[in-house]
Ligand binder design. Sequence first.
Ligand SMILES: NC(=O)c1ccc[n+]([C@@H]2O[C@H](COP(=O)([O-])OP(=O)(O)OC[C@H]3O[C@@H](n4cnc5c(N)ncnc54)[C@H](OP(=O)(O)O)[C@@H]3O)[C@@H](O)[C@H]2O)c1
Length: 234
Amino acid sequence: MNTVLVTGASGGLGISLVREYLSRGFKVFGADVVRRPETDSQLREAGGRYVFFETDVSNPESVNRLAELVSHETDALDILINAAGIIRPESEFLLEDFDIEGSKKLFDVNALGPLRVTKALIGLLRRGSKKLLVNISSEAGSMTSHADYINRYDYCMSKAALNIQSVILQRYLKPEGIRVLLFNPGWMHTPMGGPDAPVNPDDSARGIADLSESLRSRPDSYMYWNYNGTERPW
Ligand SMILES: NC(=O)c1ccc[n+]([C@@H]2O[C@H](COP(=O)([O-])OP(=O)(O)OC[C@H]3O[C@@H](n4cnc5c(N)ncnc54)[C@H](OP(=O)(O)O)[C@@H]3O)[C@@H](O)[C@H]2O)c1
């Protein structure tokens, strides 16, 4: 049975990715700070194919414990998806008023968190058959097309850091046949995206899963995609 691990699994996109991969027959490992009862009830029909681990991706001990617990469940991970992320709604300020010190936690979750999780789980990913690492970025990480996020220094900088992290990882892991992909999931109707957002996270999750499957065996194809199959400019 194929395996996938999704961080941010209790969140809007995370739960949609969990459901999408369960519907594709995977065993799914979810990691998030808290387990949500409504998520559990939605996943009851998975019949043991969903395992949740309380994990804080900004905490090294927590991430190492995740890796240890997952290794008790499986010898190999086919796909790793780093979807956990935060945004500070109050952070859209002009330079003069921007709270720089208050941004550090966001960096620890959005930029260092995925690297921490990837480092801890790379051994399992190396033994997987699909050899796919997916990092959930944003249009906010694009140098040329982040206009909707103007004056949101911390979020944009954290996603740009995730983008270059993914490029470095792709260069390092390519000789081993591991594919690294970056996705902008769209402006989604989730707790982060809010009620006015146009994109259903289920549609985003389906697009990400479809594209991942078609791109993983094309090592020289473009890396940074919108969920709907168009290329995101760097
Ligand atoms: N929503 C959008 O429109 C949009 C657009 C572009 C990109 N994205 C990206 O897409 C991803 C998913 O977004 P979403 O809309 O699904 O957000 P969401 O609904 O807020 O879900 C994010 C999940 O990550 C969890 N999380 C936060 N900090 C964590 C930590 N330290 N360790 C583990 N899990 C943690 C959150 O838990 P808590 O709720 O407890 O904090 C939440 O369950 C994020 O990376 C986001 O930046 C979203």
